[in-house]
Design a protein around this ligand. Structure first.
Ligand SMILES: [Zn+2]
Length: 222
């Protein structure tokens, strides 16, 4: 983990009245925070409460995502945000004894343990490039996507190899047929000149068969 988990979900500590409703990540003040979901900003906390400055986002997945103790909020209520969009900067505001990000998730109005999202949150926090061409899959989802596309590429390359091999075989067969027909044709032409009956017919058969072989194979594989 890039950021240390400084307080887990559900723990009881003196600084709070009840169990911890989210997770705390010790993040240096001024670290860029980004949205973990496609959704809409439904609350901006002004810093007067325990949570300090922060935002609440209603995700398209109907969950609510809460960021607290921020030093700077760059979004306002009603803003549409996409995965990876900058929300502001982390800080040490509200009921906080050291710079950290408080992150909470509500499902059907109830707080749930958001620990499973910590790696994803971490991957989009701070000064990093976000590939916005990829929709907001989780980190594992992205890895699977990359593996899938690599597999597809391998399949395509294998197909290409087989195709090239068949083409090479086809060309070899045509070349061998050419050599055989030209050699045989030459022999029969000489025999014909020596007055061998039917020599001309054999020359015709050889050349017609050459045309047929080429037409058949040439038409079979591009
Ligand atoms: Zn917290």
């Amino acid at each position: 983990m890039k950021f240390k988990l400084s307080s887990a979900y559900g723990v009881l500590e003196e600084v709070r009245e009840g169990p911890h409703t989210g997770i705390d990540l010790s993040v240096q003040e001024g670290t860029i925070l980004r949205s973990i979901v496609d959704g809409e900003v439904t609350n901006v906390f002004d810093g007067s409460g325990n949570i300090g400055e922060g935002v609440k986002i209603l995700g398209e997945d109907k969950r609510e995502y809460i960021y607290g103790h921020m030093s700077d909020v760059d979004v306002k209520v009603g803003d549409k945000v996409n995965f990876g969009d900058v929300l502001g900067e982390s800080g040490n505001t509200g009921n906080s004894t050291a710079p950290h990000l408080h992150f909470g998730v509500k499902e059907n109005g109830e707080f749930v343990d958001p620990s499973i999202l910590a790696p994803k949150l971490e991957s989009i926090t701070g000064d990093i490039g976000i590939d916005k061409t990829v929709p907001w899959y989780d980190v594992e989802g992205r890895a699977e996507l990359a593996i899938e596309s690599a597999k597809e590429n391998m399949k395509e390359e294998f197909k290409e190899m087989i195709f090239e091999f068949l083409k090479a075989v086809r060309d070899l067969v045509i070349d061998l047929a050419d050599a055989f027909v030209l050699l045989g044709g030459g022999v029969f032409i000489i025999l014909g000149a020596w007055k061998l009956k039917k020599a001309n017919r054999w020359v015709s058969i050889l050349f017609v068969s050459r045309i047929l072989i080429k037409a058949l194979l040439g038409g079979y594989i591009g």
